[in-house]
Design a protein around this ligand. Structure first.
Ligand code: NAD
Length: 541
């Protein structure tokens, strides 16, 4: 503790900039995009103070222009992973002892750097690496990341404030120690904010970290590293390695000092990780904390009382923004027969109006999916739906990977409510709709509950309060984030803590005090002021 009870600045959500024609932010991000796109950056690994270049490199190419190289990054060998672990453990000696307000100041500074001088950089890098429109980049890489950093500092100080009562003559106090060992952060491609937050949240609580970003996000991960360095994160606190995820993970999980994993990604990978940790459990000095936010098969269900235009807009935005590559994206929809045609036709009109192409053209609403593996998988499901008797491709259905990985936003209408695309996470701009008989509302709620292994997000649209109440109860365990008359995407830090249960994760709610609590190990100190000197209690006479 510092010599004072410090109050951190009150966290506020970063306002989203408009990027309207003529705005200064539009000019800045466009210029930065051009500079990055026409540059060629060589991204090292960051281990302690060293920038490690192995010479064994992969190229980085924008998903919307996959033959165009914007840089390279260097792949780790096992010895680099070991070096990253050793460096993290060495750095922990000083970092864990640093007073909390110094750690807070570093991450608050990082937030201000992103809000100001790095805003165009982190947004342009995210537009290039992940093929996000400028709006999607702004709400992720700038605003959500700034919010994570500011709000987590506030949550950290609230955690430290949380202290037990003390009876007369004693003083109980709790100190929130960082975990004993190091934390491993494994991050997904789809959110720059998540990529930064997973290592940063653990580091903020006094831990040191080995961070493995997704291969598809390294171009924007480099900007995160630049920001953290400028903000003053000391060498060795966050060590960054790239390469074969299995080799890196196996090396990390073999370490007796492995103290926790902060993961976001797909369900299968997380389950495999959990299994390996279980198999290694006798190796570890401490029970590792396992935090994972994973896949989803997020739903929208409309009651016959819903407003069809609102439902259609929920689908168009909720399923197709960022090409459906948000873990929260709507991908199965249940419409009552009485309004299905109207809703579907509105969605078809919306799709016809979407412009698709490079994010460099700010008029585009749809850009490319992340990589060829994702493109091929989505094309296969679309082709299958075209061929299957129990499904119909109602809108979209075209794809083209000649220049970029472009999948036309697609609506499949399934006759079978358990049709494969009603159940499987596709992670792309493909939504499947099942039309139910209006009288079957209650049975359909049961169907929503039982159709998928996931429970991340979901939405009910209705003008009838009794129906909303029924859905809220019937779908209690179907979603960690449940929306009423709104699309199921777009959670805001500090307002809608995010995470799901069942196969969607451990539901430790990113951007909340609950998540930060996973990165500490409290120590209770009881001090007695007048210590007894005789073992005999009065009842002994
Ligand atoms: P992914 O599982 O392919 O990759 C995530 C990370 O795991 C990457 O860094 C990857 O290199 C690594 N990885 C891959 N195989 C591994 C292995 N065998 N061992 C260890 N690490 C391995 O996921 P992705 O494609 O980057 O992201 C999309 C997935 O993430 C979707 O399933 C989505 O629902 C999920 N997601 C969930 C949330 C949430 O909050 N619930 C948020 C974002 C993304």
């Amino acid at each position: 503790m510092g010599k004072g009870f410090f109050q951190v600045p009150t966290a506020i959500n970063e306002p989203v900039k408009s990027y309207a024609p003529g705005s200064p932010e539009r000019a800045a991000v466009t210029a930065q995009y051009e500079a990055y796109f026409n540059g060629n950056v060589d991204v090292p690994m960051y281990i302690g103070s060293e920038e490690v270049k192995t010479g064994n490199t992969n190229t980085m190419t924008p998903p919307h222009d996959h033959k165009h190289v914007v840089g390279t990054y260097h792949l780790a060998e096992k010895k680099h992973v070991t070096q990253a672990i050793e460096t993290a453990l060495e750095a922990r000696k000083k970092w864990a002892q640093l007073t909390w307000e110094q750690r807070a100041a570093i991450f608050l500074k990082a937030a201000e750097l992103i809000a100001g001088p790095y805003r165009a950089k982190i947004n342009a890098a995210t537009m290039i690496a992940q093929s996000k429109t400028v709006h999607q980049a702004e709400i992720d890489a700038a605003c959500e990341l700034i919010d994570f950093l500011r709000f987590n500092v506030e949550f950290m100080s609230q955690i430290y404030e949380e202290q037990p009562d003390s009876a007369e003559g004693i003083w109980n106090r709790v100190e929130y120690r960082p975990l004993e060992g190091f934390v491993y952060a494994i991050t997904p491609f789809n959110f720059t904010a998540i990529a930064a937050n997973l290592p940063a949240s653990a580091a903020m609580m006094g831990n040191t970290v080995v961070w493995k970003p997704s291969d598809s996000q390294i171009f924007s991960a480099k900007v995160i590293v630049d920001i953290f360095k400028e903000a003053g994160v000391p060498d060795g606190v966050i060590n960054v390695v790239y390469g074969d995820p299995v080799m890196i993970t196996d090396t990390v999980l073999d370490s007796p000092d492995f103290a926790g994993v902060h993961f976001t990604g797909s369900t299968y990978v997380f389950k495999e990780l959990w299994k390996k940790i279980g198999n290694n459990i006798h190796t570890y000095k401490t029970y590792p904390k396992i935090v994972g936010e994973t896949g989803g098969k997020d739903f929208i269900i409309a009651h016959p009382s819903a407003n069809p235009k609102q439902v259609a807009t929920g689908i168009s935005r909720g399923a197709f923004e960022f090409q459906g590559q948000k873990c929260s994206a709507a991908s199965r929809v249940y419409l009552p027969k009485s309004m299905a045609d109207e809703v579907l036709n509105y969605v078809k009109e919306d799709i016809a109006s979407f412009k698709m192409g490079s994010p460099a053209d700010l008029g585009n609403f749809i850009t490319a999916v992340i990589h060829e593996g994702s493109f091929d998988k989505l094309a296969k499901y679309i082709d299958q739906a075209k061929a299957d008797a129990d499904a119909e491709v109602f809108a979209g259905g075209n794809y083209d990977k000649s220049k970029g990985y472009f999948i036309e936003p697609t609506v499949i209408v399934a006759k079978d409510p358990k049709y494969t695309t009603m159940e499987t996470e596709l992670f792309g701009p493909v939504v499947t709709v099942y039309v139910y008989e209006d009288a079957d509302w209650s049975e359909t709620l049961k169907l929503v509950d039982e159709t998928s292994e996931y429970a991340l997000t979901g939405a009910v649209f209705s003008g009838d309060r009794y129906a909303i109440d029924e859905a809220t109860k019937a779908l209690e365990n179907c979603a960690g984030n449940f929306y009423v008359n709104d699309k199921p995407t777009g959670a805001v830090v500090g307002q809608q803590p995010f995470g799901g249960a069942r196969a969607s994760g451990t539901n430790d709610k990113a951007g909340s005090a609950q998540n930060l609590l996973r990165w500490v190990s409290p120590r209770l100190i009881k001090e007695t002021f007048v210590t007894p000197t005789d073992y005999r209690y009065p009842f002994l006479g």
